[in-house]
Ligand binder design. Structure first.
Ligand code: MG
Length: 390
């Protein structure tokens, strides 16, 4: 059995990870669980999986959780989170947003395999995470479906074993479902509601990432994520809209051959891939019915209606702390939208204002990234007020 730490256990990725663990009995031993909220749910998970360590977000709830779980150590705070992340041979980071950064760093610095669903930590702290990836034994497996697909396509091209084969990669093509507003013009998007934005056509995910999918910021962040994961320049990472979400991404090689990865849209396949690599899990979470599928459509993204995608390319090319700034400002803007304080169309406007004002600094330490993150949140909160609905 491989020991497993799961942080963000009550969120969408956490629940689906436990589905994979349940489906493959005897494969993984859950040694640590952590969740920020949903304490009742966390306790129920711990009663089912018997971890040695349980981490809760709110220090005031430690006592109550400890009483419910006499067999486990219960703790709170950053050091407990890091301890939990380093405890298993594999750590699944399913924490939402920038808060997931300590988990990413702790798992890699302990030389563990990190199954990364928290793309924000890699995007905001790219240079710092790259350093942590050099730790002997450290391994980063993407859980994000597009990057999981790219990983499989690169494997198919023997890129991980053949020397210098990355030069044979001409481009990565990330697919985007287009989200719930695909096909709408900019002028038709001013009045969309939170409920509209949360109605994702193909994927079941948490609210933050679902709003990011509706703005295409999720795809923009994934472009930066692909750059950080696979080391390819931004000119060689492209996005194509593919509404069926069956082709999860593609790699085109120097000879014009394209390898694509196809499967039904279900995050549990990606989680299982990251956990079992280089093996594969035995459980299919759905199989493609080719007779039923009939067609696969592709179209270019609409940069005018969805300006977040280009903003992410801009921040990515700026590098250093610009992606951290964009990510932080986006978290603030998305929350303001979810709180119904601003219109959906204000999200890119806020990001553009914050990015334009940014004095790019080097992202050479965790402190530097944290500082930019804090400043960007304050700047974005300030700009949000200009867009407050009456
Ligand atoms: Mg994705």
């Amino acid at each position: 059995m491989v020991s497993l730490s799961l942080l963000g256990s009550t969120g969408s990725i956490g629940l689906q990870t436990l589905d994979v663990v349940r489906a493959e009995p005897g494969a993984w031993d859950v040694v640590a669980l952590g969740a920020g909220r949903s304490i009742g749910h966390l306790v129920a998970q711990a009663q089912e999986f018997h971890p040695r360590l349980v981490v809760v977000g709110d220090p005031e709830r430690v006592h109550e959780v400890q009483e419910a779980l006499p067999g486990a150590a219960v703790a709170s705070g950053p050091s407990a989170l890091s301890e939990a992340a380093a405890m298993g041979e594999v750590a699944v980071n399913g924490v939402v947003g920038f808060a997931g950064l300590p988990v990413t760093l702790a798992a890699l610095e302990a030389g563990r395999r990190l199954a990364l669903a928290n793309k924000e930590s890699l995007i905001a702290a790219g240079p710092v995470v790259q350093q942590a990836r050099l730790t002997p034994g450290a391994e980063l497996l993407p859980v994000d479906s597009e990057h999981c697909a790219v990983h499989q396509c690169l494997r198919a091209g023997d890129v991980f074993t053949a020397r210098a084969a990355m030069e044979r990669v001409h481009r990565i093509v990330l697919t985007a479902s287009g989200g719930p507003f695909r096909g709408r013009r900019r002028s038709e998007l001013a009045e969309v509601t939170v409920e509209d934005a949360l109605a994702h056509p193909t994927w079941s995910m948490g609210p933050k990432i679902t709003v990011d999918s509706s703005t295409l910021m999720n795809k923009g962040l994934e472009v930066i994520e692909a750059h950080e994961l696979f080391g390819l320049g931004y000119d060689r990472i492209e996005v194509v809209v593919h509404p069926q979400s069956v082709v999860h991404s593609m790699v085109e090689y120097s000879d014009g051959a394209t390898i694509a990865q196809l499967s039904l849209p279900d995050m549990r396949m990606c989680i299982g891939y990251a956990l079992a690599y280089p093996d594969r899990i035995a459980t299919p979470f759905g199989r493609i019915d080719w007779a039923e599928l009939r067609r696969l459509d592709f179209e270019p993204p609409d940069a005018e209606a969805f300006p977040c995608l280009d903003l992410a390319y801009t921040a990515g090319r700026m590098g250093e702390t610009a992606p951290a700034l964009l990510n932080a400002a986006n978290e603030v803007a998305v929350q303001a939208f979810l709180d119904e304080r601003i219109r959906w169309t204000a999200i890119p406007e806020i990001l553009e204002a914050v990015l334009t004002d940014h004095d790019n600094t080097t992202a050479d330490s965790l402190e530097a990234v944290m500082e930019v993150d804090g400043k960007a949140r304050a700047a974005a909160a300030h700009v949000v007020r200009r867009f407050d609905r009456e």
